[in-house]
Design a binder for this molecule. Structure first.
Ligand code: HEC
Ligand code: HEC
Ligand code: HEC
Ligand code: HEC
Ligand code: HEC
Length: 477
């Protein structure tokens, strides 16, 4: 293809040529020995968005649930998960189909998707639900001034250019605000449903005010032990280890393309090596505190859970849940109370119903503090279909610090709980046993609550157990 012809997207392989072999600079606390954009991105869920077996099975499920709208549904589901395939079809008015999923689609959220999004309209409603627009003049936007353009023009036929929108949370918000139509059985739209809203949650938090962006947490900048930014070259000569283009210099900030999130389980399913990194990231998402006293033979305990993320916890896809596993032992070491035990094979709670209302006060083991968003149909019935859902019957996901509510993202079912507030929640446990008692609390994260797997072609066998995010033991007298 001659220079000057419009090229919307490029496979990541093209970019890998010069954005791979970049060693972590001396003195930096880096996530890996090699911090090039390509290898880090390749280990992320976004690089797998078009291969994800859960996504594929869910698209099939939605089509089976509402067959009249199958073609439109498939196109919609490929919009953010397979954007390099779906986007070019938009202009032609054609629908992307799962049966035709090609290697470009399967590459998921690749380099040239994020780096070619133009600033126009970002943060506005039209940009949500994958409404981003791609540059048509072969430009690649990055955070730095005056990039040396020749190598990219020669080898990728793309022109690197400063474009500050890459650092804007609204760029992420384009795909991380998912507002879907509510369909009836005939496939007709009868409403809409805010399915995922990390960006809107972030906008309503203190993180927006203090300009701690999605990028700040999800592409951590290279820093030394004192927190000072460390610089590094951002590109190397094609296929050559440490050779850098003579006119270029190390730059900062240098963002690490980790895109870590909570989905360690799916990375394990797909055999991606970075699952351990995601588990580590999850451990930084929450903090726990336990206080209490023993009075008249009853142990009164208060477990407080703090959200350290920039949005609700959990956020994102509605299959996520977090719960508290609380065990109380008497002075002799016998377990006298347990709430939130689970079965590692089924991934389900043990001794308690899967469906739990929001709990402020817990007195029996069958009551569990589960933080989640549960979908309901327009009639109020529980549903697992994203496109039949009209809202939530429960949304007690822990709010981010400074959260100011609004209609789109208001919590549901927590009104009676005075200590469910911005940044944290407190759960009270009463256990009829005298002190001293030893209390163990674990916060557990599960990417896919088992109920979400019902009726799917994908069963997630062997990977259903939750990840322990945090644990704590205290003696209460
Ligand atoms: C506007 C962009 C967008 C559209 C459109 C979209 N998704 Fe997603 N989807 C996402 C994002 C972002 C995530 C990741 C959120 C997270 O990790 O919490 C996701 C995650 C998922 C997951 C969870 C994957 C996992 O490994 O846990 C499933 C399943 C899924 N989507 C199915 C669908 C289906 C079915 C459709 C079509 C009805 C669809 N998506 C359309 C953005 C989108
Ligand atoms: C999900 C969006 C997204 C994807 C996908 C993505 N990037 Fe980036 N990229 C960013 C953001 C955001 C920054 C700015 C990071 C910062 O400075 O904080 C960035 C920065 C960069 C930089 C400047 C150096 C640095 O790391 O700060 C280069 C080079 C780069 N990206 C190349 C790539 C390549 C090559 C790929 C594919 C292998 C890729 N990016 C995939 C969002 C993305
Ligand atoms: C032949 C080598 C080469 C290839 C191939 C290549 N790049 Fe680059 N890239 C560079 C060089 C050189 C720079 C400029 C470095 C500098 O000025 O410090 C750069 C800079 C960048 C920047 C930073 C721009 C800025 O202003 O912050 C981004 C983003 C980027 N490349 C993305 C990509 C993407 C996406 C691809 C694949 C389509 C790609 N590159 C392919 C060599 C390459
Ligand atoms: C083109 C759409 C798109 C854009 C733009 C985008 N994302 Fe995503 N992102 C997705 C999809 C789709 C997934 C879900 C992949 C899956 O689970 O199958 C996802 C998943 C994620 C995850 C979840 C990882 C996990 O383990 O659960 C994180 C974190 C994330 N994105 C961060 C970002 C950040 C930060 C930005 C902005 C710099 C961004 N994304 C921009 C589409 C996008
Ligand atoms: C203060 C740091 C922080 C900020 C700011 C932040 N996040 Fe996160 N994010 C986290 C942590 C920690 C997790 C892991 C816990 C979890 O999954 O909720 C996470 C998880 C996620 C997930 C994965 C949820 C899942 O299903 O596993 C997505 C998607 C995501 N963030 C997107 C975003 C977007 C988009 C923004 C900006 C609008 C953003 N984040 C801002 C820290 C942050």
């Amino acid at each position: 293809m001659a220079w000057g012809q419009q090229k919307l997207f490029e496979p990541a392989e093209t970019c890998a040529m010069c954005h791979t072999k970049i060693p972590a600079p001396a003195g930096a606390k880096a996530a890996a020995a090699v911090v090039g954009a390509f290898p880090l991105w390749a280990g992320s869920m976004m690089a797998h968005a078009g291969k994800d077996p859960y996504w594929k099975a869910k698209v099939q499920f939605e089509g089976d649930t509402t067959p009249a709208a199958r073609a439109v549904i498939e196109d919609k589901c490929m919009r953010c998960h397979a954007p390099m395939q779906q986007y070019p079809l938009r202009a032609k008015g054609e629908l992307a189909r799962m049966g035709a999923l090609n290697p470009e689609g399967a590459e998921g959220v690749s380099c040239t998707v994020c780096h070619k999004i133009v600033p126009e309209g970002l943060g506005e409603r039209a940009s949500f639900t994958g409404g981003f627009k791609i540059n048509t003049e072969n430009e690649i936007y990055g955070p730095h001034k005056d990039p040396f353009p020749m190598p990219m023009m020669h080898h990728a036929e793309q022109f690197p250019k400063e474009g500050r929108q890459i650092l804007d949370s609204a760029l992420c918000g384009s795909c991380h605000t998912v507002i879907t139509p509510t369909l009836n059985a005939a496939g007709k739209q009868i409403g809409e449903f805010v399915e995922q809203a990390p960006y809107l949650e972030w906008l309503a938090s203190d993180f927006k005010k203090s300009n701690v962006t999605c990028q700040s947490c999800h592409l951590p900048v290279l820093k030394d032990a004192n927190g000072a930014q460390v610089e590094q070259y951002i590109a190397h000569m094609p296929h050559m280890g440490a050779g850098f283009f003579p006119p270029t210099r190390p730059r900062k900030p240098f963002g690490q393309h980790l895109f870590l999130g909570g989905n360690a389980q799916m990375l394990r399913v797909m055999g991606v090596e970075t699952a351990g990194r995601a588990e580590e990231f999850l451990r930084g998402a929450v903090a726990l505190e336990v206080r209490g006293r023993v009075e008249k033979g009853v142990s009164e305990l208060a477990v407080e859970v703090f959200n350290k993320t920039g949005h609700k916890l959990p956020t994102g896809f509605p299959s996520r849940r977090m719960w508290l596993h609380v065990r109380v032992k008497d002075a002799g070491g016998a377990v006298v109370f347990e709430s939130g035990a689970w079965d590692a094979v089924s991934g389900e709670l043990v001794g308690a119903a899967a469906r739990q209302e929001h709990r402020d006060r817990i007195t029996r083991g069958s009551e569990v503090a589960v933080y989640e968003a549960a979908m309901k149909t327009p009639d109020g019935a529980p549903t697992m279909s994203l496109l039949r859902a009209a809202g939530y019957s429960k949304d007690n996901r822990i709010l981010p610090l400074g959260f100011v509510s609004n209609a789109q993202i208001a919590p549901v079912g927590v009104a009676a709980d005075a200590d469910f507030k911005a940044g944290s929640d407190k759960v009270h446990y009463s256990v009829p046993v005298g002190g001293p008692v030893t209390v163990t609390v674990e916060a557990l994260y599960q990417s896919v609550a088992p109920a979400h797997l019902e009726g799917l072609a994908f069963q997630m066998t062997g990977h259903r157990a939750p990840v322990v995010m945090s644990s704590l033991e205290r003696v209460i007298r």
